[in-house]
Design a binder for this molecule. Structure first.
Ligand code: NAP
Length: 711
């Protein structure tokens, strides 16, 4: 294998480029796919893989790679890269030349509202460099908090010349690919300005049960001479082929008690490296509302029977989480098919999706339909995310399918750099694909074009809130039903219009009848968010406001079982201290009866609560309750090696609790400098905030401070 010896990698031009992704919600996957598809069009010999397939494509032999990786939870890598990290660690341990043959570029996706921004990309970069690999193009870090697109677009623009220095490509196709979108944009404006001037400046689509109106103000377009900075139009890669409805071409009808994709058998095959992660059918046993009707959010507790799922028995513990494969809303999918002028008959006839160009693979979530036909209805219901936040490339592509110049221009504007304020407002209104198509009534994309423009529908994750027992075989989990309103200014600017929005999975779960079977899969517990095993006597501090308390209910159940079966008295067991917060003691104190009973039995040693909207004068949030017990907490953590678990919302709570802990460490250090090695040799006998944050980081690496944070 030739070696790339200098930092530019220019001494060796590779014949192939491998595009790799790690994606939790499908965003990184889509961006990586678009890059791969553009690279192929530009004449690079490109291939595209998920990181966890490293064995299949031979990662250790790859010489030119472009990574797109996202970060989830508390700076964790996506689930579909867990295996890759293991081999990377193994391959690089102590070997500074393990990847000296690799030239790479990394695009990281993250959100600065959460801690450990773009941690996956940072870690990957560091490990590859340590293993002797060379970055042929500077790392890009895109922030979803301010809009991914700004960084993503310019990073991709700069990638092509850098890539051309390290990998072969056909020169004529490069010129063609880069020139096309600019020409489109200029001609579109000259044709569209008159149309815009005649029309009202605010676009409001009408409302029906399946879709909601959008209110967007396009007045900024009036002063424009040309629309510039639109993204490249992604190529059409997918062809739809009708197949006859004979038995071998149609999936057998699903049983009435089954709510899962018709191709679920392919997901449940035995090709999983860890068989306990293979999806399986669980049966819904019960649904209970945990909150009172007056609560701000409705929280449900669902119990699933795992009966028959032998491969997961004995493989899970309290603190683990699992995925649910949920469909889109059927009403929405029917509305979408109607809007695309697909008749009911056509919608339910089997179709196969095939590659238009033999050299360009289909996106993974569509590729299955090349050999296993399914109906358009099922493909839209189960495979494509029809509620995903709109992306500029999609808007740009839709502009080409408008028959009215005004719709085309507005879509072009939304996808352009000039239209960023209106684009941000569009994203704030969280439209479904159907809302979007109704807002641009002359837009009529062919259905297969829409399928390839939509990102994959990702499974949704939940914490298990019970512990395994010898006799029961079930998972319980708690969640808030996601339904909310977004206020937008009405067309006359004097009234507010509430737009109703709903989640994908939780409203569906709420409607599911008992005895229904659904597809689920255990997730890897990479952060080891679990109770310590065996004779570990370390105290346990648990911080879990709202549904963040879910895994701790499992922990406490596990402790109660242990005390009962081992005949240990509660006083002899290590301390368990729970910090719980909610809005109102009366309306949303989740699992209150059970928690209070455990407390009275001594299973739970201490309970500290706070009720943010009760105005009873107590602490408002969990971190305020923790600060009230600062000395005790710090003593537990610093002198008794306590384990600290935090679960819940990553954006507000997770960040603020971390910050509050750092402040507590700083204050405590001024009174007990002897507890901090780092202060031994310095005059200032108090930790700085940066040092305190470093202590927390170290505890996190040592798995003493464990966080299960959710976006
Ligand atoms: P939540 O929104 O976190 O609210 C619970 C309490 O936390 C409320 O009293 C809230 O007060 C308060 N709070 C708000 N901002 C805070 C901050 N910056 N610091 C500390 N406390 C703060 O609870 P939730 O609605 O149940 O949401 C929990 C989160 O955990 C969600 O993101 C959920 O996705 C995630 N989660 C889900 C699962 C699951 O399996 N479904 C499991 C674990 C965690 P105010 O509203 O009065 O400000």
């Amino acid at each position: 294998m030739p070696n790339a010896s200098d930092s530019s990698g220019a001494d060796f031009v590779d014949s192939q480029v491998t595009f790799l992704y790690a994606s939790q919600t499908g965003n990184a996957e889509s961006i990586s796919y678009n890059m791969y598809e553009e690279a192929a069009k530009r004449g690079f010999n490109a291939r595209w893989h998920v990181l966890d397939d490293h064995e299949k494509f031979g990662f250790n032999e790859v010489q030119t790679a472009v990574f797109v990786v996202s970060t989830t939870g508390d700076g964790d890598p996506p689930d579909n890269s867990a295996r890759f990290w293991r081999i990377l660690r193994k391959a690089t341990r102590g070997k500074s030349t393990a990847y000296s043959h690799l030239r790479y570029a990394i695009l990281g996706l993250g959100d600065t509202n959460y801690s450990n921004f773009c941690n996956t990309a940072q870690r990957l970069d560091k490990q590859l460099l340590e293993a002797g690999a060379t970055a042929f193009y500077p790392k890009g870090l895109a922030d979803d908090g301010t809009g991914l697109e700004e960084v993503v677009e310019s990073w991709i623009e700069g990638l092509w010349p850098a890539l051309a220095r390290v990998a072969q490509c056909a020169p004529c196709e490069v010129a063609e690919a880069s020139g096309s979108s600019k020409a489109d944009a200029v001609s579109a404006v000259s044709a569209g300005l008159a149309g815009l001037a005649l029309d009202s400046n605010t676009s409001t689509s009408s409302s029906s049960s399946a879709h909601q109106p959008l209110v967007l103000d396009f007045r900024a377009m009036e002063s424009l001479k040309a629309i510039t900075g639109t993204p490249r139009v992604p190529s059409a890669v997918c062809e739809m082929v009708s197949v006859d409805g004979s038995a071998e071409n149609t999936a057998p009808p699903l049983a009435k008690d089954l709510t899962c994709p018709p191709w679920y058998a392919a997901l449940t095959d035995d090709s999983w490296d860890d068989t306990s992660l293979a999806p399986f059918l669980a049966t819904l046993q019960s649904t209970t509302q945990l909150t009172s009707p007056e609560a701000l959010k409705r929280t449900l507790l669902v119990e699933l029977s795992l009966s028959g799922a032998d491969h997961v028995r004995g493989s899970w513990q309290a603190g683990d989480s699992f995925n649910i494969y949920a469909p889109n809303d059927e009403v929405l999918v029917r509305g979408l098919l109607e809007r695309l002028a697909v008749s009911t008959g056509e919608a339910h006839r089997p179709v196969a999706l095939q590659k238009r160009d033999a050299a360009i693979e289909l996106p993974t979530h569509l590729a299955r339909f090349a050999s296993a036909p399914a109906s358009l209805f099922d493909i839209l219901l189960w495979a494509c995310d029809v509620c995903a936040a709109p992306r500029k490339q999609t808007l740009r592509a839709l502009a080409d399918h408008c028959t009215e110049v005004i719709d085309r221009d507005r879509l072009l504007f939304l996808s352009s750099r000039q239209g960023v304020a209106v684009f941000d407002e569009l994203r704030r209104q969280a439209p479904t694909t159907l809302d979007l198509l109704h807002a641009f009534p002359s837009c009529h994309p062919p259905v297969e074009r829409l399928l390839e423009l939509l990102p994959p529908l990702a499974p949704r994750s939940y914490s298990i809130c019970n512990a395994p027992t010898a006799t029961t075989d079930s998972w319980r989990f708690a969640f808030n039903v996601v339904e909310y309103c977004i206020q937008v200014e009405g067309p006359d600017a004097s009234s507010m219009l509430p737009l109703r929005r709903r989640g994908v999975c939780t409203p569906w779960l709420e409607r599911l009848p008992c005895a229904q079977r659904i597809l689920v899969a255990k997730r890897r517990n990479v952060s080891e968010f679990r109770m310590p095993a065996g004779p570990d006597q370390r105290p346990i501090i648990m911080v879990g406001p709202g549904t963040g308390v879910a895994p701790f209910i499992g922990f406490l159940e596990q402790r109660a079982q242990h005390l009962a079966t081992a005949g240990v008295s509660p006083e002899a067991a290590p301390l368990m201290w729970l910090f719980f917060g909610c809005r109102s003691r009366q309306h949303d104190f989740l699992f209150s009866t059970q928690i209070e009973q455990w407390q009275s039995e001594g299973v739970l040693s201490r309970l500290s609560t706070c009720f943010s909207r009760d105005s009873l004068g107590g602490p408002k949030y969990v971190q305020h309750a923790m600060a009230q017990h600062e000395d005790e907490l710090m003593d537990l953590l610093l002198t008794q090696n306590a384990l600290l678990f935090v679960c819940g919302d990553a954006k507000g709570m997770g960040k603020d609790v971390n910050d509050a802990l750092a402040d507590m460490l700083c204050r405590y250090s001024s009174k007990h400098s002897e507890c901090f090695d780092v202060l031994a040799d310095v005059d200032t006998k108090q930790l700085s905030k940066v040092q305190a944050l470093q202590v927390l980081m170290r505890w996190s690496t040592e798995r003493r401070y464990l966080r299960d944070l959710w976006a």
